[in-house]
Design a protein around this ligand. Structure first.
Ligand SMILES: [Zn+2]
Length: 438
């Protein structure tokens, strides 16, 4: 077996290279090409794609004979968007759970939720989100199943950076009765109880074994939340596998512990005051603020709460905290897809007075960095995976142009064109990209 393996690897590699060399060339004519990093729009550009990757981009790129040409000369072409905090295998609804997600997982199996996740992933991709960080509350690893299904080639969907089960002190975010928690084990699998150092290490390892790509902890969901030392232990254990740690934080004290420990990203803004923002900026800690707008039907946000959201985001921007576009949109809003619900969050960013170009940077560059894909996936550059979207209008002038994504390419395959999803080429009767993807 040991002798066989290297030759298998070589065979697989050369097959992949052969496929890329033989793959037809696709040329995109971009009337306008938005570069969020530079904050500018270039006109009349050509992007060449072969297989899954971008091979060339520029104004004078020759289109090879026989290339398939996609004409987006009337569009603004730009890199794919990142949603840095969602839960694709969770959709709480008026029925049957009265919008209370505690009840979602006693009503809906992991299998059903995995299928919902597949649908939500497609809805996100249709809105231009080519990367989604999926931060837990996905039953028994439905998030890993979603990532594997997309990576193996069963279904279309965004690149998924998933956390597995949220790790926290006893109870996680739930408040179960002793009967429910101890006799019926009702906290697991939504939360992994980890109260001692040994349990913390083991919980991190369990998530990694079962396919997590980032670790998510409850920093302060309970009064006995994690200390800075306990968070450091999580970070150390995750780092062995090259993974970063996001903390759910809801108190200033929790934020202080997470920042002191040097956490990678902080979810939610409840514990983030001006002092915490200053410290986050100094340490380069990402803010996944989940800044909920006041426009989502069935999910009212009080005027006071909304003003707090806006003021917090405004302060974070002023203090130069690394920002990500993150929503926590894990509920049903009548008449809207999951992607459309996420796009509603643009309102909070506009009301915070953040310039469009910096909103776009949070949705792209900030997202690639927090997802750790910035050197492989995101920017429209030769050698990068071809994740490309297009909208009419210019999002630098009007960021709401993003609500009208007409074209989506994911890994070099066209998923949406002229506003219509045509994902047939993504579906396969088998794991065409390899069943070993774990
Ligand atoms: Zn969340």
């Amino acid at each position: 077996m040991r002798r066989l393996l290297p030759s298998l690897v070589v065979l697989t590699l050369s097959a992949t290279i052969l496929t890329a060399q033989n793959a037809p060339v696709v040329a995109i004519r971009a009337g306008r090409l938005l570069d969020p990093d530079a904050g500018r729009v270039l006109t009349n550009q050509v992007i060449l794609i072969q297989g899954t990757k971008i091979t060339d981009v520029g104004p004078n790129v020759a289109i090879p004979a026989g290339a398939q040409v996609i004409d987006l000369s009337r569009m603004t072409v730009m890199p794919g968007l990142v949603e840095a905090h969602n839960h694709l295998a969770l959709t709480y609804k008026p029925e049957p759970e009265s919008n209370i997600y505690y009840y979602t997982y006693v009503q809906e199996s992991t299998a059903l939720r995995a299928i919902q996740a597949a649908s939500n992933g497609i809805q996100m991709l249709a809105s231009g989100f080519t990367i989604v960080r999926d931060m837990g509350n996905n039953a028994l690893y439905a998030d890993t199943a979603l990532r594997q299904a997309i990576e193996q080639g069963w279904i279309p969907g965004p690149t998924i950076i998933n956390s597995g089960i949220i790790i926290g002190g006893m109870g996680g975010q739930f408040f179960p009765t002793p009967e429910m928690a101890q006799q019926h084990n009702i906290v697991y699998p939504e939360y992994l109880d980890a109260d001692t150092p040994d349990e913390i290490v083991k919980a991190v390892r369990q998530n990694i074994l079962f396919g997590a790509k980032v670790i998510k902890i409850c920093v302060d969901c309970k009064p006995y939340g994690y200390t800075a030392d306990e968070i450091r232990l999580v970070i150390r254990e995750a780092a062995k596998s090259g993974m970063k740690v996001e903390g759910h934080v809801q108190t200033v004290n929790g934020a202080r512990n997470a920042i002191e420990a040097g956490i990678w990203s902080i979810a939610h803004s409840g514990g983030l005051n001006e002092e915490m923002h200053t410290l986050m900026a100094q340490k380069g800690i990402y803010r996944a603020g989940t800044d909920t707008p006041d426009t989502l039907a069935g999910h009212p946000v009080s005027p006071q709460a909304y003003q707090r959201n806006v003021a917090s985001l405004k302060d974070a921007y002023a203090k130069k905290v690394p920002l990500t576009f993150s929503t926590d949109a894990d509920y049903y809003v009548a008449g809207k897809t999951r992607g459309e619900v996420c796009m509603e969050f643009l309102k909070t960013w506009k009301d915070a007075g953040i310039p469009n170009v910096d909103i776009l940077r949070a949705m792209t560059i900030g997202g690639y960095k927090v997802s750790q894909t910035e050197s492989t996936r995101g920017p429209i550059k030769a050698g990068f995976f071809a994740d490309i979207i297009a909208v009419p209008g210019n999002p630098i002038d009007d960021v709401d142009a993003l609500k009208n994504v007409q074209f989506v390419m994911k890994d070099g395959q066209v998923f949406k064109k002229d506003g219509v999803m045509t994902p047939a080429s993504f579906f396969h009767g088998g794991p065409v990209n390899g069943w070993r993807i774990r």
